[in-house]
Design a protein around this ligand. Structure first.
Ligand code: SF4
Length: 415
């Protein structure tokens, strides 16, 4: 956003700062310093060739969250509760509200567009070019005269009113994924929307499911093919809507479109062999499933609406049809007993033929989820955000010997 405000608001005289952060790079990964480096780094090379070389730099941490914390606050990152790991999308804020940051130093020169951006961001650009006042821009949060303003919300967007994603500014030939795979979202919100640990379906401001029509999706993929020569897709929905994806698959087959695609699907009652066959025929070659736990007891806690015997059948169908399966499992769900965790490991070890890959994540308390809003119903006590823990480190009884124990990346709970 700093960059945008620099581009469009030429009359804003406050300084703009652009941070360029490259993860997982070492000294020898810059071409200017090492002719044998494995990745081309032309822009860094140019900076180097123009004489700007820093060989005595220091990093506050080798991980993303702590180093960002340091850069934004100017504080040593270990002065937070986060001594290892990183924050995830739905974690609470690690920086306390009243903590000075680079952004607060540059106040009055920055904007945040919340919720859905298409309409609101366009309105912001128009406003900065001399259109309506900032107070008329929907979804905008901004500082003016030292005060924070939050504008009213824009209406919830109809998915079919949106243009196809535009990837024309990207050098797709340089992506490692071959053939190049383009992301496309078929829906916003979640048609299930009941999982007690989840708040994803609210992140765009409305839990209401909105889908892009199969006709529009066909237009999108046709344009991807024409514009970028791409026929491989990743549906980035939290979970594709079964009737929509089935209708889309039908059209792909009818029109003889040759595509390949991957997406996340629920172990839904609507998913049977015929359904999966249709997806496979339309080019689906891998599906990702949030199974979360192999314990019926935990399934009741999380209200995922999954029947484990059906999940097993769906995975068997996928294997027969040549659709690869990726599973997501969450360990440490509040209420999980040792035998539930054991059930996960046992199942995963005994059924390796049913899935290609599995992701074992530790539970994180998502802000806004039912578990976050009603912790007492799930036996969750003592919820403390990173920000609160960080403050405690300096004011609490152990402030002078703040423990150096390692922490996970979630909001901390006792159960
Ligand atoms: S976890 Fe997935 S299926 Fe459950 S409510 Fe969230 S987005 Fe929907």
């Amino acid at each position: 956003m700093f960059v945008v405000s620099a581009c469009v608001a030429a009359d804003i005289s406050n300084p703009n700062i652009v941070f360029i952060l490259a993860d997982d790079m070492g000294y020898g990964d810059v071409g200017y310093l090492n002719a044998d480096c494995k990745f081309p780094t032309p822009n860094l090379d140019r900076i180097g060739s123009e004489g700007m070389i820093f060989t005595d730099a220091h990093s506050s941490s080798s991980l993303c969250t702590p180093s960002r914390y340091s850069i934004l606050t100017g504080r040593y990152c270990w002065r937070t509760y986060l001594k290892s790991g990183v924050l995830w999308g739905a974690n609470g804020a690690i920086i306390e509200e009243d903590r000075p940051t680079v952004a607060s130093l540059l106040k009055n020169a920055d904007f945040v567009v919340t919720y859905e951006g298409e309409e609101a961001f366009t309105a912001l650009l128009e406003s900065l070019e001399g259109g309506q006042g900032l107070n008329e821009v929907p979804n905008l949060v901004y500082l003016k005269d030292g005060k924070l303003h939050r504008n009213k919300r824009a209406s919830i967007l109809d998915m079919d009113s949106l243009a196809a994603p535009d990837y024309s500014g990207l050098d797709l030939g340089r992506y490692l994924d071959r053939p190049v795979r383009l992301p496309l979202m078929t829906s916003r919100g979640c048609y299930w929307g009941k999982c007690t640990y989840c708040s994803h379906h609210w992140t765009l401001g409305s839990g209401r499911l909105r889908v892009r029509s199969p006709e529009k999706l066909i237009e999108d993929i046709t344009s991807f093919k024409e514009r970028y020569g791409a026929n491989s897709l990743y549906f980035t929905d939290e979970s594709v809507h079964p009737p929509t994806i089935a209708a889309f698959a039908e059209k792909v087959v009818e029109q003889g479109l040759k595509i390949r695609w991957v997406g996340t699907l629920r172990f839904d009652d609507a998913v049977d062999r015929a359904f999966l066959e249709r997806l496979r025929d339309s080019g689906c070659h891998a599906l990702l499933f949030g199974l979360e736990s192999l314990s019926e007891y935990v399934q009741q806690i999380i209200r995922k609406g999954i029947r484990l015997d059906r999940a097993q059948r769906i995975m068997e169908h996928c294997r027969e049809l040549g659709i690869k399966v990726h599973l997501f499992i969450i360990l440490g769900i509040p209420g999980e007993r040792p035998e539930d965790m054991e059930a996960n490991y046992r199942y995963l070890l005994e059924n390796t033929h049913l899935y290609e890959t599995v992701q074992l994540a530790t539970f994180e308390l998502m802000v806004g989820s039912p578990m976050f809003r009603h912790p007492e119903r799930f036996g969750i006590k003592n919820v403390r955000t990173h920000a609160a823990l960080g403050r405690e480190a300096f004011t609490g009884p152990y402030s002078d010997v703040f423990p150096s124990r390692s922490t996970s990346s979630q909001n901390h709970v006792s159960v």
